[in-house]
Write a protein that binds this ligand. Sequence first.
Ligand SMILES: Nc1ncnc2c1ncn2[C@@H]1O[C@H](COP(=O)(O)OP(=O)(O)OP(=O)(O)O)[C@@H](O)[C@H]1O
Length: 359
Amino acid sequence: MTLLEVNDLTVKFYTQDGVVTAVDNLSYQIESGEKFGVVGESGAGKSVTALSLMRLIDSPGQIESGEILFKGEDLLEMSEEEVRNIRGNEIAMIFQDAQTALNPVYTVGEQIAEAIRHHLGHDEAEARERTIQLLDRVGIPEAETRFSDYPHEFSGGMQQRAVIAMALSCDPDLLLCDEPTTALDVTIEAQILEELEELADDFDTAIQLITHDLGVVAEVCDRVMVMYGGKPVEKAPVEELYYDPKHPYTVGLMSSIPRVGDDRDRLQTIPGTMPDLVELPPGCSFHPRCPYAEESCTRKEPPLLDPETGEEAAGTANEHAAACLEYSGELQGGLDYSVEINDSQGEPTAVNPEGDRND
Ligand SMILES: Nc1ncnc2c1ncn2[C@@H]1O[C@H](COP(=O)(O)OP(=O)(O)OP(=O)(O)O)[C@@H](O)[C@H]1O
């Protein structure tokens, strides 16, 4: 069943430097219980998309148009009170920085219990019991004792686990995670991602996981949307994206995934930077950074197409869709990159644009 359907969402910020189109006519869907990744560099519009789902876009920002259907109801048409009931209850959000989500003057346990009392109407004893169960479930040892600890008595990883417990306390249908492990060290990150994945399955909660790291998406997600300049450039089931990426931007992102034990320098980034969102380049907004760009790319904005058939594709369910003129047959030189499968480590793939290898 489709849980979330975003149709033609456009969000703009009216800044002194001009009008920033942070999200541009964006459409995507998330099924119940699905783990959906949103990937792209800084400024791609990932956080603004998530904040729109919570109706948390403030001035100078504005949701200009579109629909956000959650269980068939348009969040953009709801009253403030109706949205408040959904927020934290049916849709919960976890941010990168656990410290901002936890109030330093209350114990961790009290904060979670308070959320449970508020949203689920439990009495104090029930809320306390559920909190301890949740703390235990997210991997906090000696949960009963730690209930009474203040946030500063928790390590960074433990704080983020507590935030996950708080987000799950009301058994939401959709959990928005915005770079939830970026601030943590790699070992803790891996543990928490694994936990998050398991919890989502146990609670039958769908996840929209925002990250700039395709490795994180590979770990957790079923399906992925790659964003560039406020738009999706590729959508695919996660394995297909890894083994058979179709958009040059995705290929660039994959080349920059570092791999443990890999002696080649994979820490290369895609040359250039995200364009100015006040004045996007004409045609394909990735063309100034694309190694395959031709004259036509500077003129025509590529639609999302099924790379196999060249037909229009929304990239829902198992569809693979990419926005590149290659798939409308308008790129004369074609795309020329190779996909390496790194069998020894059982990891998905390394992808290198031709001529960009360091071996
Ligand atoms: N409060 C704001 N005022 C003005 N512009 C904003 C504001 N918030 C976001 N933007 C604009 O929206 C664009 C998209 O921002 P967003 O935070 O969604 O990017 P992102 O992909 O989540 O990047 P990051 O990984 O850095 O969070 C930004 O480049 C910025 O220009």
